[in-house]
Design a protein around this ligand. Structure first.
Ligand SMILES: Cc1cc2nc3c(=O)[nH]c(=O)nc-3n(C[C@H](O)[C@H](O)[C@H](O)COP(=O)(O)OP(=O)(O)OC[C@H]3O[C@@H](n4cnc5c(N)ncnc54)[C@H](O)[C@@H]3O)c2cc1C
Ligand SMILES: NC(=O)c1ccc[n+]([C@@H]2O[C@H](COP(=O)([O-])OP(=O)(O)OC[C@H]3O[C@@H](n4cnc5c(N)ncnc54)[C@H](OP(=O)(O)O)[C@@H]3O)[C@@H](O)[C@H]2O)c1
Length: 426
């Protein structure tokens, strides 16, 4: 079977794409590497809450449950995403890690690890931006004998009790983890620049109310490097109180600690890099879809280099909200609209191609038939002339009989051949 679309990934982006494909009546399947839908959310740290209220955190067609003004916790998000997949009975194949996608004529061939291969006219890549933690390599990092980890693998504070911990990074992840750890350990945030805050609530309303009202959420107002910290005021207070403190980035590692920018040495047990994530789209490598840095080449979710290839959920693929629960649904709709138009145009091209080939074939048949007629008439004339020459007389009756006989034979021959060719399956 050749699907209209294959969606890769059953996180929020893949589910939103699935919803709109279903609404459009297209044949599709969602391939998910994991055992269940829900994406990366089950793997985030235990205390994580959404930074938008439930009112602004819904995927299309199913409101986020609970009080509209509460900030849902991680496990509520996981439950919501799983119930979303079940509610719309989205066709998801789990345990299907896509290894490779190739073009094969007018469709794509998708190879998975354990579930064989699938074919589709279009692809929606929705595998998220958060699959590949970005771990910098700082001077002398390899000689550090303490613990180094990325915030993607941090779950809860207990195992860090009494430790000296540095959290590298100055955005939401670093601040939340740093503040939580500061309850049980001595923690410093090491940042390249001063922290920047955005008030979580303004005039009694969540910031997302104002972002929506002002239209800022539909723009690219923040560039990739300027994500501020959403704060109700408690984070700023905790950091001002030194729980944790903040220092400019350290210069280098030593075997058991770091050298700070003022030359001071300090012993350290653990360094947590809350340094963000990078795109990971290895299965698209052979398609020519990525630039030299591995980034998707796309405009509003449509690949600019591979027709029929789409993306949902890339950070800022269209707006600042593209990779969030509140923004991914609109992007998915735009992508599916584009995909639908692409399919229509391709179908029209297919129909035109089939009609052209039928016409070409019939023209060939008629041309060859006409040539045979000319040949046969030529033969008849020759035979007639020969007869007249041998009999020395050409009575009208003799000529007539010869002609009728020739026409019968050739018409029967031509008619049979023509019908056979005309009605042969194409
Ligand atoms: C710590 C943290 C906190 C966040 N907090 C918020 C927040 O408060 N509000 C908000 O709106 N957003 C938040 N985000 C951003 C975003 O909403 C999440 O990262 C979300 O998980 C992105 O969803 P996604 O579907 O794009 O990708 P993912 O959730 O990563 O889902 C991708 C899916 O694709 C699958 N997959 C990957 N590769 C393959 C493959 N080759 N074949 C088949 N399947 C594959 C994965 O198994 C996964 O299920 C946060 C992100 C992080 C990291
Ligand atoms: N729901 C929530 O409340 C919540 C919580 C955590 C995360 N999130 C979301 O999750 C995503 C990831 O967040 P994140 O905080 O993990 O990452 P992030 O927003 O990408 O921020 C990465 C941080 O690491 C710093 N950094 C990167 N490379 C560095 C290096 N070599 N040396 C020192 N510092 C370096 C960056 O500093 P520069 O600014 O100097 O580049 C930045 O402060 C974001 O979308 C965020 O909104 C949401």
């Amino acid at each position: 079977m050749i699907y209209d679309a294959i969606v890769i990934g059953a996180g929020q982006a893949g589910l939103a794409a699935g919803y709109h494909l279903q609404q459009a009546g297209l044949r599709f399947v969602i391939l998910e590497a994991g055992a269940e839908p829900g994406g990366s959310w089950p793997h985030f740290y235990d205390s994580l809450s959404l930074n938008s209220t439930a009112r602004y955190s819904s995927l299309p067609g199913l409101p986020f449950p609970g009080r509209p003004d509460h900030y849902p916790r991680r496990d509520e998000v996981v439950a919501y995403l799983r119930s979303y997949a079940a509610h719309f009975a989205l066709p998801i194949v789990t345990g299907a890690a896509v290894a490779k996608i190739e073009r094969s004529g007018r469709f794509f061939r998708v190879t998975t690890g354990d579930k064989g291969y699938f074919k589709a006219y279009t692809i929606v890549a929705a595998t998220g931006f958060f699959g590949q933690p970005h771990l910098p390599n700082l001077p002398d990092q390899a000689q550090f004998r303490g613990q180094i980890m990325h915030s993607a693998h941090y779950r809860r504070p207990e195992s860090f009790r009494q430790q000296r911990v540095l959290v590298v990074g100055g955005a939401n992840g670093a601040v939340q983890i740093g503040i939580e750890l500061a309850q049980v350990a001595r923690v410093t945030l090491a940042t390249r620049r001063p922290l920047r805050y955005l008030p979580q609530r303004v005039l009694g309303r969540d910031i997302h109310f104002w972002l929506k009202l002002s239209g800022l959420d539909r723009t690219q107002w923040l560039d990739e490097k300027s994500m501020p910290i959403f704060d109700t005021g408690t984070y700023r207070t905790a950091i001002s109180a030194g729980l944790p403190d903040r220092q400019p980035m350290f210069e280098r590692f030593t075997p058991d600690g770091v050298i700070w920018s003022d030359g001071r040495y300090e012993k350290v047990d653990t360094v947590i890099f809350a340094t963000g994530y990078r795109a990971k789209l290895p299965y698209l490598a052979d398609l020519g879809a990525l630039d030299e840095t591995g980034r998707a080449q796309q405009h509003r979710g449509a690949s600019t280099t591979v027709p029929g290839l789409y993306y949902v959920g890339l950070p800022r693929q269209r707006t600042v909200a593209s990779a969030t629960l509140r923004g991914v649904g609109v992007d998915a709709k735009i992508v599916v609209n584009h995909l639908q138009r692409y399919r229509q145009v391709e179908r029209q091209k297919d129909t035109r191609r089939a009609a052209d080939s039928l016409l070409k074939r019939r023209t060939q048949v008629w041309t060859s038939r006409s040539q045979e007629w000319v040949g046969l008439i030529g033969l008849m004339t020759l035979a007639l002339r020969q007869q007249i020459a041998t009999q020395k007389s050409a009575t009208p009756r003799l000529v007539g009989e010869a002609m009728v006989q020739s026409v019968r034979v050739s018409a029967g021959f031509l008619g049979f051949g023509h019908a056979a060719e005309l009605y042969a399956p194409i």
